[in-house]
Design a protein around this ligand. Structure first.
Ligand SMILES: [Zn+2]
Length: 270
């Protein structure tokens, strides 16, 4: 197990033994190099091709394409846990962006990790979404955002791994996948709930998770939002990366922009 001290020591030892290469492009000497890291600092709204009804307002830190793809896969499937730092920073950026589109006074932000399937947890031996969530909370707090994590969802039944399924199959596969986690919600009232996950493709998972969260009493009148590290890009010329974020509800003059400006972003995350 071991605490943070042990983890730091292990990381330092790994530095001695393993030559680091950029998880995006393979160049030596970086976890994520200065050319690849900025690709995860281009927040954009995620809009799946077949926008599922009930898909929550979602911001991705970058496009799930080019060097971002191998970087996410290296973290998720190849055990490169040190990527939690830059990818967690990217997630924090996406959270800050989606929250900034909500009008009204600043509210505490609660990150709700999308639970992985038991099968996925077993095969990976870790919960990579929770690792990202923990890093993102650290980044947000450093940027002055009141942020915390709450595991409000859990898996129920057993959905198959969704890899290789069509959008419709995914939705059927996911129907009834999540349920509210037992126990009282340990988060501040009037908080903004932001579902967090690594990647959004069809949007089925976030839609399903948001549908379970929305009716919970603890959510109140706030919209359920979502943030991800990367989103499958759309080949739509109208949608350029980094363009306008949607305004969720009515935006007053004084929407706080500070969190975005002050986040360190993935480039400094290493
Ligand atoms: Zn690179």
């Amino acid at each position: 197990m071991g605490g943070p001290g042990i983890a730091a020591l292990a990381s330092a030892l790994a530095d001695l033994v393993l030559p680091r290469t950029c998880a995006g492009c393979g160049i030596a000497g970086w976890v994520l190099c200065p050319r690849c890291a900025p690709l995860l600092a281009e927040p954009r709204t995620a809009s799946p091709r077949r926008f599922p009804w009930g898909f929550p307002p979602t911001v991705a830190a970058g496009a799930y394409a080019g060097p971002v793809r191998p970087a996410v896969i290296a973290f998720k499937e190849r055990g490169r846990a040190e990527l939690a730092v830059p990818l967690g920073a990217a997630l924090a950026l996406a959270v800050a962006a989606v929250v900034s589109a909500v009008p009204g006074p600043r509210r505490p932000v609660v990150l709700v990790p999308v639970p992985s399937s038991r099968q996925a947890l077993r095969s990976r031996g870790r919960d990579h979404v929770r690792e990202l969530t923990a890093r993102a909370v650290v980044e947000l707090r450093t940027a002055g955002v009141v942020a915390s994590e709450a595991r409000l969802l859990r898996r129920r039944g057993r959905a198959r791994d969704s890899a290789g399924l069509s959008a419709a199959q995914r939705r059927a596969n996911l129907a009834g996948t999540f349920e509210p986690a037992p126990g009282p919600p340990a988060h501040p009232r009037r908080a903004l709930l932001v579902l967090v996950d690594d990647v959004v493709t069809t949007g089925a998972t976030l839609t399903e998770a948001a549908a379970v969260l929305a009716p919970l009493e603890c959510v109140g009148d706030a919209p359920v939002l979502a943030a991800v590290v990367a989103a499958t890009p759309r080949a739509d010329p109208e949608r350029r990366p980094g363009t306008r974020l949607p305004v969720i509800g009515k935006r007053p003059e004084n929407v706080p922009r500070r969190p975005l400006d002050r986040l360190s972003g993935p480039a400094q995350g290493d």
